[in-house]
Design a protein around this ligand. Structure first.
Ligand code: 5AD
Ligand code: SF4
Length: 450
């Protein structure tokens, strides 16, 4: 394969794991001569790294493919070439169907195949038919991936430690698109984290669809849970902060809870979705826990780490959800007090059990419930943010802000904080006195110690 300088544009949809995967795609393409394009127009290769979690997310891909098809034609008329690839979970779920619906697509590959991008591209260039690769190979994809040096690193980075899910919640496509649960070996993760630290990364968010189900082997063949992994990673010089997402209530082990009490590098923030506050709905979702299990768990976590910021996911309008079920969800939200939350209207996904369940809820009802729920969540989030006024918080400064002289960082509770500070402080943790609250962020002052 020739290695003339070329440009790739990767557009990322969906979750943080897709952000991580897109960065790895840049890494595997770099040795082939690909650098990052500023826009799709100037790219020789455009990759859409897609999300299949809800219908809206999946449909966005086809409207983007319509635009790319026109760009590809214009480029061809000017004697140039543009390859179009669809990656990620829509690629995994729909495979061949994508090239039938969008014949301009050259390449379709799932989340378990992108380490083979060079080979797939070579095959596409050698032949005229589109390449579709949606196998789940037995090889360790991560072994073949390398955190490259070409990408500009920011202060905070993602690191996938676990992938896939065996829980089969009845609404969810993840067990089908990402496959069975898999944990990366401890040594591999430590090596990647060390590399990130050497590149200037100060905060790492460990990623996994069920991140707290992590159980990787260390160099001595011992199995380590997420609590143990966090302990290992916190020993790496340069890594100042650790976070993890997304957790399942069934996998919140004692040592992970204890880590929140004893490890100052582990940030006081926990994304722990419950999805619904009704036991009947949780049962038909196949969540494997009750509302009471969840509330008791939150209590245990708060006993270990009293200031922990709780975050969650909620689905409204799941099949069979009555007004009373919905009210129970509102009650859980009121009881827990979330610092942030993500809420969605139930979206029937092809091939999942709930999509064929009786009692589908009309769209208008879902809309109304979502609005009610979001109003409550926003009120809680605002109250949580307001409590920060007058406090001094350690803020990890990440980048320049929109105003001149302004930097933006994160509080331990993941709130963006705007303050005036010199740009050489990016990558440093400073004490910020919080003076204001915006809709989704805080503002404050930083006074350098003299
Ligand atoms: N419909 C609506 N929301 C969904 N989620 C997952 N599947 C669906 C679906 N079919 C939400 C869940 C999950 C988050 C990532 O997306 O709340 O935690
Ligand atoms: Fe989907 Fe449930 Fe697995 Fe989360 S735990 S990825 S919601 S199946």
């Amino acid at each position: 394969m020739d290695k003339r300088p070329r440009k790739v544009f990767v557009k990322t949809y969906g979750c943080q794991m897709n952000v991580y995967d897109s960065a790895r795609m840049h890494d595997v393409l770099e040795p082939l001569g690909y650098s990052e394009a500023a826009n799709p127009e100037e790219a020789d290769l455009v990759i859409l790294n897609t999300c299949h979690i809800r219908e809206k997310a999946a449909e966005k891909v086809y409207s983007e493919l319509g635009k790319l098809k026109r760009m590809k034609r214009i480029k061809a008329e000017q004697g140039g070439e543009m390859l179009i690839a669809v990656a990620g979970c829509v690629a995994q779920a729909e495979g061949e169907e994508i090239v039938r619906r969008a014949p301009a697509v050259d390449l379709v590959f799932g989340p378990q195949a992108y380490q083979r991008l060079p080979e797939l591209l070579a095959r596409r260039e050698a032949g005229s038919i589109p390449i579709v690769e949606t196998e789940f190979p037995a090889e360790d994809k991560f072994e073949k991936l390398n955190v490259g040096g070409a990408l500009k690193r920011s202060v905070a980075a993602f690191l996938t430690v676990q992938e896939g899910c065996d829980k089969f919640c009845t609404f969810c496509v993840v067990p089908y698109t990402r496959g069975a649960e898999f944990s990366r070996p401890v040594e591999q993760i430590i090596a990647e984290a060390r590399k990130l630290a050497a590149q200037g990364v100060r905060e790492i968010t460990l990623l996994g669809q069920n991140v707290n189900a992590y159980h990787g082997n260390d160099a001595n063949g011992r199995s380590l849970g997420l609590g143990g992994l966090v302990a290992e990673l916190s020993r790496i010089e340069g890594i100042e902060r650790l976070r993890y997402t997304t957790s399942h209530p069934r996998d919140m082990s004692e040592d992970l809870i204890a880590a929140h009490a004893i490890n100052p590098k582990l940030m006081p923030y926990l994304h722990l979705p419950i999805q619904s506050g009704s036991d009947t709905i949780l049962k038909s979702m196949n969540r494997g826990h009750t509302v009471e299990n969840y509330l008791r768990l939150v209590e245990r976590v708060r006993n270990a780490c009293p200031d922990i910021a709780m975050s969650g996911d909620f689905i409204v309008g799941f099949p069979g959800e009555t007004e009373a079920d919905f009210e129970s969800t509102l009650k859980v939200i009121a009881d827990v007090g979330y610092a942030s939350a993500y809420s969605f209207k139930y979206s029937p996904r092809p091939g999942t059990p709930a999509s064929e369940a009786p009692g589908q809820i009309p769209e208008a009802e879902k809309d109304a419930r979502l609005q009610t729920l979001q109003a409550l969540v926003i009120a809680q989030q605002t109250a949580f943010n307001r409590k920060m006024i007058g406090r001094t918080l350690p803020v990890l400064l990440e980048k320049t802000g929109r105003q001149p002289g302004q930097l933006v960082g994160r509080s331990p509770y993941l709130q963006p904080v705007h303050l005036l500070a010199e740009s050489h402080l990016i990558g440093k943790i400073v004490d910020a006195h919080i003076t204001g609250v915006g809709s989704n962020s805080l503002s404050g002052h930083y006074r350098p110690s003299v």
